[in-house]
Design a protein around this ligand. Structure first.
Ligand code: BGC
Length: 824
């Protein structure tokens, strides 16, 4: 019976289960097998015989893209998951979830493919920006808030990627060798916490193997641990194309194979039942779970949804801006060098003039790449945000350095549409093509067009250059193309690849194909024609390619010198540095943590010109900041979502303080303890065991650049008392600064007798409080039993480790203000 684990089924649960059983009994074998197989990229087939419409799934996690992959169908873009975790506020994560449910309902989506709760095992992990933290407890708390919020809006979640999908290299095949103890204490822990705390309606099993078995067939981890031990009663969907066998997947606990229409379920599954390779009872179990999901989200006839009244409407722009500023981590804030009596650089003194530089200050990177991509209807860049917030004449802007070494989508200055033709060259349909980007999946084609009739797609229109000089044009995508600019054909040929990643056209590198001299303001015609050839054995019909472009490149030294000159003339210099889509995206890992291009040189030149230099870091994961002691302030803003520039202006001008604390240790790669993300002979051994993140930095006795939990606000805090009564800790803090503020109180637990098999200390609880200057605030924090337990591989069970522990309350793992010793 499906109910919240540990609770009794409600009458509504029972009624839904009855509706599920009734529907199940009315389905024949073929219909049941069909329900478990995607009908296209994002949906399951409708079964009219039981009144079941098609169930729709969509990514996830920072917005709801919907069934279409296009800027024509915009979505609110929240800050990246690392940013959400940096708020250390599960309640804010819950509110983000409520907004996402609202977005999902608006777009007809029943299940959100999120949250990502893999861990930051290594800073090189390519999808680091898409996960929360290196700490399983923080990840579980933020993930629980998120899932609770989404599902309170009547929309399902799939907590992903179960499990140990912590890097991207060879992600489809890698066999991650992980001890049971590390699995339990680290990688499974967030999933376990979310199942217990938020009762997710779905889970997504990962591409990778764990200890020799691919996760879509992992009977032990799915059937025994997730379902058996933890009582998970939701559905299990494969990551996209991760289901590889019919019988092993079904007996391994996989309910749905995505995407379709060609999967290992559907017809092959019905045939396997008929051949006696799997039982119909096993198939019924999977169908039951999908019908239960349908009932929960309200699309199964005769069943009341879990949520009958959606929550009150949320203002998406306001919430996105609030989360962004609450996520920004001020890691350094000093008086400018040589002016020791001056105020700290932030917030800016009223009336300050500001010299802003950095390519990302104008073309902000607000979200990470890959399947997490959504298309917001607007993006507030730092330049936009500061222009709106500062008095006229107070702000100058120069590019300074552009880290984008490759072409970007054709957005600035392009007006484009897609023209579809049949084999005779007759136009059969058109659609606008914002950004020159085509990503049509399944039946999402322009009106009047079908996959059978479609022969070519031409992206065509005008380009009005922003600058005079040599412009570069190119494409992203595979197959046959013709590229014409201003009447001249520059390319007519075929693009191929040597990778087997079917998603390469989603996040592969653009290829430059034409260099054309153009004049600012004079429009020219551009055309890119693609001959459509759908791979007959592809799991899903997907048409994806882009027209790409790059502005003329100026001499990098000149750009830096120009920014330094502007910095010298202003009271404060603000430099925005960033990673690019080539650095942080899906399908590959990072190879280093350096800022790309000449950005380090830019910061140094600006800081030499003006000691009141503030560096804003626009990156979803850790980067190295070799100049950090040469600048007055460093503010980490992650991928801040569509309102990032407005939130930045709030924080720089001081209308709000930055609220974030590091959810992950920041350090240089040469010092980082766990860096191996590349498998050897197909295997990646997690030989560091339970020592990742701060647990590993501590074990190696190394001091990172910025420790876990670190982050400054605009006021000061005095820790006055810490009392621990049983497992309840009460912390009193005083706002000893001059303005109202919010403090994130962190509790760390450490065995008083060091034990080399255990980390030195670990996060055991946290809470945020607010207080006016001079006032005190109290937080009551429950220390979870699990914080005192370890997984015993001999008995295969959790063991409560008795003994004496130091409980420390503080501002980061390194800045512990009060400690008490307790006996456990
Ligand atoms: C990603 C998933 C995503 C899915 C659908 C996969 O490549 O790993 O996180 O939900 O695609 O876009």
């Amino acid at each position: 019976m499906a109910a919240t684990p540990g609770t009794r089924p409600t009458p509504a649960d029972e009624a839904r289960e009855a509706a599920v059983e009734k529907a199940l009994a009315r389905l024949d074998l073929d219909a049941k097998a069909r329900l478990l197989s995607g009908q296209d990229m994002w949906t399951l087939p409708a079964l009219p015989e039981i009144g079941l419409p098609s169930l729709v799934m969509s990514d996830g996690p920072i917005g709801v893209r919907g069934m279409r992959w296009t800027a024509e169908d915009p979505s609110v873009a929240l800050p990246s998951p690392t940013a959400l975790a940096a708020t250390w506020d599960p309640e804010l994560a819950r509110r983000a979830g409520v907004l996402l449910a609202q977005e999902a309902r608006r777009k007809g989506v029943h299940v959100l493919l999120a949250p990502t709760v893999n861990l930051h095992r290594s800073p090189l992990g390519g999808r680091h920006f898409e996960a929360y933290s290196e700490d399983p407890y923080l990840t579980g708390e933020i993930g629980s808030g998120y899932v609770t919020g989404v599902q309170s809006g009547g929309v399902g979640t799939t907590v992903k990627h179960f499990v140990a999908n912590d890097a991207e290299t060879d992600r489809f095949t890698v066999d991650n060798l992980v001890s049971e103890r590390a699995l339990r204490e680290l990688y499974l822990a967030p999933f376990e916490a979310i199942v217990a705390g938020a009762h997710p309606w779905g889970i997504m099993t990962a591409y990778n193997q764990v200890n020799g078995t691919t996760m879509t067939e992992h009977r032990h981890l799915v059937n025994e641990v997730l379902r058996g031990e933890w009582g998970f009663d939701g559905f299990n969907v494969s990551d996209w194309t991760a289901a590889r066998s019919t019988t092993d997947a079904l007996t391994g606990g996989l309910d749905v194979a995505m995407p379709g229409p060609r999967t290992v379920y559907g017809e092959p599954l019905a045939a396997a039942v008929r051949a006696g390779e799997v039982t119909e009872a096993a198939l019924d179990e999977a169908v039951r779970r999908v019908l239960r999901l349908a009932a929960r989200v309200g699309i199964l006839e005769g069943a009341d949804p879990v949520v009958t009244e959606p929550p009150a409407p949320v203002d998406g722009e306001a919430l996105t801006r609030e989360i962004a500023r609450r996520s920004f981590v001020l890691v350094r804030n000093d008086a400018p060098a040589g002016r020791p009596d001056a105020q700290a650089a932030l917030p800016l003194a009223p009336g300050s003039t500001v010299a802003l530089s950095g390519a990302a200050a104008r073309d902000a990177r607000v979200l990470g790449g890959g399947s997490a991509t959504v298309f917001p209807s607007r993006i507030v860049s730092p330049l936009d945000g500061l222009t709106a917030a500062l008095p006229e004449g107070a702000l100058t802007y120069s590019v300074g350095a552009d880290p984008n070494e490759e072409l970007a989508v054709a957005d600035k200055g392009f007006t484009l549409q897609a023209v579809c033709r049949d084999v005779s060259g007759t136009v059969i349909g058109t659609r606008s093509a914002p950004n020159g980007h085509i990503q049509w999946t399944g039946s999402d084609l322009p009106d009047g067009v079908t996959h059978t009739t479609l022969h070519t797609v031409e992206v065509t229109g005008t380009f009005t250059p922003r600058e005079t000089g040599t412009h570069t044009f190119g494409i992203k995508g595979l197959g046959a193309y013709t590229l014409t600019v201003d009447g001249t054909t520059h390319f007519d040929g075929v693009q191929t690849t040597d990778t087997d990643d079917p998603f390469v056209s989603f996040f592969g590198a653009p290829v430059p194909l034409a260099q054309v001299g153009l004049t600012e303001g004079t429009p020219v015609r551009v055309s890119l024609t693609h001959v459509v050839e759908l791979a007959p054995d592809a799991p899903s019909t997907m048409l994806a390619f882009s027209l790409c472009h790059r502005d003329p490149q100026r001499d990098p030294d000149d750009l830096i010198a120009e920014a330094a000159r502007a910095a010298r003339a202003a009271d404060t210099a603000v430099v925005v540095v960033a990673t690019t889509e080539r650095v942080e995206s899906e399908g590959f890992d990072r190879t280093d943590l350096r800022l790309p291009g000449r950005q380090d040189d830019l910061v140094r030149a600006v800081a030499a010109a003006n000691p009141a230099t503030v560096v804003v870091v626009n990156a979803g994961s850790p980067v190295q900041l070799p100049w950090r002691d040469e600048v007055a302030a460093v503010l980490l803003t992650w991928f801040p979502g569509q309102e990032g520039g407005a939130a930045l202006a709030d924080v720089l001008t001081g209308t709000h303080e930055p609220g974030g604390r590091l959810p992950t240790t920041w350090g240089d790669l040469s010092e980082a303890p766990v860096t191996q993300v590349t498998p050897t002979s197909g295997e990646l051994t997690y030989d560091e065991g339970v020592f990742i993140g701060y647990r590993a930095w501590d074990q190696e006795n190394r001091t990172p650049t910025y420790p876990f939990g670190h982050g400054l606000g605009y006021t000061d805090w005095t820790y006055e008392s810490l009392d621990v009564n049983g497992t309840t800790a009460t912390v009193r803090v005083r706002n000893s600064g001059t303005r109202e503020g919010r403090e994130t109180i962190q509790l760390y637990l450490a065995p008083t007798t060091p034990d080399e098999n255990r980390p030195t200390r670990w996060l055991a609880g946290f809470a945020t409080v607010e207080a006016a200057p001079g006032e005190t605030a109290e937080a009551v924090i429950e220390l979870p039993r699990r914080a005192f337990e370890i997984w015993d591989e001999n008995t295969n069970a959790w063991v409560y480790v008795e003994g004496s522990y130091e409980v420390a309350a503080g501002r980061s793992i390194a800045d512990r203000r009060i400690t008490v010793t307790v006996e456990a």
